[in-house]
Design a protein around this ligand. Structure first.
Ligand SMILES: Nc1ncnc2c1ncn2[C@@H]1O[C@H](COP(=O)(O)OP(=O)(O)O)[C@@H](O)[C@H]1O
Ligand SMILES: [Mg+2]
Length: 173
């Protein structure tokens, strides 16, 4: 990963899926409030994942959930819209709005109520929910780069900016 950073954005080259997993492993303790930098902000946060089909949104979320201690099967929520997980006092909500068509679906399902402060909310295809979603703490856009990927991270809150400052590129051999 070669970082080119400004305070609110970070672009990374993710050579292979291992690099995506490494990024997810760095993000997990930040979102879970288990990183020293989050001692005052605590757990919880909202992550948006954008990019074409196959760009690696689910792969990143899956690795993040694994790193956070989720042990069972981690399904893509592309049909169910939402898969949720609980690890001790942490609550994870993984959405995929790809098939989302009607704004009322969102309101009817009461999803908004899940957006409590300490929840960890991971949303694929947030753009399909239009204006209904508040800005995330961190937005990750994944793009194809040959057989690799590029990740463009943008922070929209103090929490997101804090996370960005804590990400370190992996050591090169
Ligand atoms: N950094 C990467 N470089 C190359 N391939 C990757 C990388 N990250 C993930 N992949 C692969 O890309 C695919 C991503 O699929 P998936 O996560 O389901 O995409 P999405 O949820 O964005 O539609 C998987 O086959 C995964 O192994
Ligand atoms: Mg997906």
């Amino acid at each position: 990963m070669e970082p080119s950073s400004t305070p609110h954005t970070l672009s990374l080259h993710l050579e292979d899926e291992d690099a995506t997993v490494a990024l997810a492993q760095q993000l997990a303790p930040l979102l879970c409030g288990q990183h020293p930098a989050t001692i005052t902000s605590g757990s919880g946060g909202r992550l948006h994942l954008r990019g074409e089909l196959g760009a690696g949104k689910t792969a990143l979320v899956r690795a993040l959930l694994r790193a956070a201690g989720v042990t069972g099967r981690i399904k893509s929520p592309s049909y169910a819209l939402l898969e949720s997980y609980n690890v001790s006092n942490l609550y994870f909500y993984h959405f995929d709005f790809y098939r989302f068509s009607d704004a009322r679906e969102w309101l009817d399902a009461g999803f908004r109520e899940l957006m409590h402060e300490a929840a960890i909310v991971l949303i694929e295809w947030p753009e399909k929910a239009g204006e209904l979603l508040p800005p995330p703490d961190l937005d990750i856009l994944l793009e194809y780069s040959g057989s690799s990927r590029h990740a463009h991270l943008s922070a929209y809150s103090d929490k997101g900016r804090l996370w960005l400052t804590q990400l370190t590129p992996p050591h090169r051999p």
